[in-house]
Design a protein around this ligand. Sequence first.
Ligand SMILES: NC(=O)c1ccc[n+]([C@@H]2O[C@H](COP(=O)([O-])OP(=O)(O)OC[C@H]3O[C@@H](n4cnc5c(N)ncnc54)[C@H](OP(=O)(O)O)[C@@H]3O)[C@@H](O)[C@H]2O)c1
Length: 272
Amino acid sequence: MTLTATRGRQEIFTIALKRARVIIACRDVEKGEEAAASIRAVYPKADVEVRELDLADTCSIRAFAQKFLREVNHLHILINNAGVMMCPYTKTIDGFEMHIGVNHLGHFLLTSLLIGLLKRSAPARIIVVSSLAHNFGWIRFHDLHSQGSYNSGLAYCQSKLANVLFARELARRLKGTNVTVNSVHPGTVNSDLTRHSTLMTIMFTVFALFLKTPREGAQTSIYCAVAEELHSISGKHFSDCVPAFVAPQGRSEETARRLWDASCELLGIEWD
Ligand SMILES: NC(=O)c1ccc[n+]([C@@H]2O[C@H](COP(=O)([O-])OP(=O)(O)OC[C@H]3O[C@@H](n4cnc5c(N)ncnc54)[C@H](OP(=O)(O)O)[C@@H]3O)[C@@H](O)[C@H]2O)c1
């Protein structure tokens, strides 16, 4: 099982409890090792390891996948969880706007590189962590990287809509493979996601009591990863461990296909 970076280490812990081999893929290996150590301290038998992966750098993603494919024979669950929100205008190493680059394109490339292994390991599941914010997004094909105008909130919403569209289109393409893919809204979680927005950080601090803890926020992803009754459910969106509403722009097959093609072109890959 592979899980892209999270600070909600309880999430990893809960999955580790299920006796999976858990690979934490993160850009800050030291932080990842701290999380792994804290899991082992509570659950010595946990099979947890940490590998370096920077989703803002396609070379890092390719290097991660290459090593992974060389050394790991089975992959049953891939959780595309890492994300950035409302950061100042920045670009990834490859020149993609940071939100679309990390939240969507990074996971898109990673999944494409691991999909063969997932298929060979079937039954397998992919979980794409999106957000309720997808409701407020639209895909700006004419300016995917917000070069014309930039609003950090809208850039985040666009990337989270891209997560929903990616999961739906991938589910369509994976029909009959026994590899399923669903997207998830984790809830409003007291995490470090607001680090780039002072206003959001203040709001999250004031309303902390009403927010989910990282452990609670992880439950829907874990549910989608392991629930028996979901073994054949694919292309759906979940929140609070039940199917959730998807905005009309997240249900458009045409937009999903167009985004797929645009993503392949930007990444220079062919993925039929
Ligand atoms: N918190 C919420 O209320 C909320 C609501 C809806 C959806 N979500 C979604 O939930 C997911 C997890 O977010 P969170 O709330 O747990 O926030 P978080 O605490 O900030 O965790 C995000 C993780 O993504 C990692 N990350 C960022 N850029 C990366 C990169 N280039 N390469 C690899 N890893 C990278 C961060 O690594 P570092 O630790 O190294 O910075 C961090 O571990 C995100 O996809 C987010 O959009 C969260």
